[in-house]
Design a protein around this ligand. Sequence first.
Ligand code: ZN
Length: 270
Amino acid sequence: MRIVRFTQGEEPSYGVLTGDLDEYGQPADDAVIVGLAGDPLYVGIKLLEKEYRLDEVRLLAPVLPRSKVVGIGKNYAAHAAEMGGPVPEEPLMFLKPNTSVVGPGDAIQYPRQSSNVHYEGELAVVIGRICRDVPAEQATDVIHGYTIANDVTARDLQKSDGQFTRAKGFDSFCPLGPWIETDLDPNDFTAGRRVQTFLNGEVVQDGTTADMVFDIPALIAHVSSVMTLLPGDVILTGTPEGVGPLEVGDEVEVSIEGLGTLINKVEARS
Ligand code: ZN
């Protein structure tokens, strides 16, 4: 099931997006959204007798993380190598504030403080229930679903600050979407789903989730051994190799097999 969050100009609503995706990860023209009564994270799936066409709504980030976005650094060996380091012995955690989240089609705002802002296409895991100290073998129980993220990073500030808060924390540095897919499980990603990033239509990242150093259950076990996870919290699972700079005016697409395509443009922060 694909859960969308959308607006028609007023309060956000939730719905289920029907139909298949085409080869570009886009919904078919006749796809409709069946309305839901409330946020399924909290009230479950309660279908309404209300339908919307995709062109009648604007999709929003499918989840607003209640407390945090947890990022994982260097979780693909080839990316660790391009960053000039080995693979960490334990998952390397950092936080992005929930205020960094924007939705599909929203602008990534290029901040004045940086001159080297990078895209990082990533699989995102949405947590479905309050949990801590989750054993890896029970990780599936706490997952609400999966979506796509762009872990936008001011690479120059990451280096000069010696830590990640500012570099990864700017408003708009965490596009999420376009929806949450609830019907997959961690094995689908361990087996391998293609992760691609396109910059102005050119492929710049082309990896597979099979290459993650720490798989999704291991990440949930690790993160939840440190901090309680709340429904709607998001874990970013790391980026494949091929990160590179964005410029104002660029269009960046992150596509994950079976999950769709997340598209954002880059604008100067006003
Ligand atoms: Zn990342």
